[in-house]
Design a protein around this ligand. Sequence first.
Ligand SMILES: NC(=O)c1ccc[n+]([C@@H]2O[C@H](COP(=O)([O-])OP(=O)(O)OC[C@H]3O[C@@H](n4cnc5c(N)ncnc54)[C@H](OP(=O)(O)O)[C@@H]3O)[C@@H](O)[C@H]2O)c1
Length: 257
Amino acid sequence: MISLKGKTAVITGASRGIGKAIASTVAGLGVNVVIAARQVEPLIETANELKRKFKVKVLPVSCDVTSLPDLENLVKEAKEEFGKIDILVNNAGVSSQHPFEKQPFEDFERLVHTNYLGYVRLIRLVINDMIERKSGAVINMVSGSTLCDPLPRNFLVYSSLKVGLRAFSKGLFWELRDHGIKITSILPGVTDTDLTGKLKEITGDSSRLMTTEAIENAVKFALTVPANVCPLEIAVINQQTPWTAPVIPYKQAHPGK
Ligand SMILES: NC(=O)c1ccc[n+]([C@@H]2O[C@H](COP(=O)([O-])OP(=O)(O)OC[C@H]3O[C@@H](n4cnc5c(N)ncnc54)[C@H](OP(=O)(O)O)[C@@H]3O)[C@@H](O)[C@H]2O)c1
């Protein structure tokens, strides 16, 4: 297995949920981690926890991925501390579940800026150094909902942006293929985190939701395959909760009835 010891990873949305789990996995592989999120307190708590558990350096940086100056500062602080960024895990994300006709307008902007633009901008900020070094790995947290056609009800804007992100990631891999950079999309199924709090209520049986463990394994796999291989997409779908009836009951009556 390829050794990642001494490398540096920037992980967004790493103060809780999937991002925090990934930060632990990556730190466990000997990688120094720069963890980013908006709220400082949980970020510092996570940093202290990682420092206690793993023998790596941890730099917490308060960052709102919807802000370009914040993203620029994140990259600047990471490079000042560690010299270079070997791995970028674009993970910060928000959810908004509403029937489209009732979805608040401000949610559209929040979703676009966090779940799509934040990813593309941060990749743009780190990619030229990776191209110059002819190495680097970018992991984008997409969503298992992108496998559904049509997209799941109540998730149209969220999921369609994830479809866009997935398409962008795949295209970027082909565009940068000759530069030795790995671009991987992870497509998690419904996972037990704060983001799915509402789904937990709907599901009524939280044991049907996945834990972050399978996603951590997917990230580990993506980062440790041989240098001449790139796992382009890894879908980690739970057996018991597809994005359809069991999780989101289709109770909506047909308007004609
Ligand atoms: N959970 C699932 O079932 C599931 C399924 C498919 C895909 N995903 C994707 O996986 C990713 C992580 O989801 P999760 O379930 O772990 O969510 P979560 O538990 O709600 O955690 C979200 C993380 O992102 C950070 N964050 C949110 N908005 C941010 C912003 N504007 N700038 C910087 N950080 C921000 C949060 O910290 P602050 O609030 O302090 O900023 C937190 O650390 C998301 O991209 C999500 O779409 C999740």
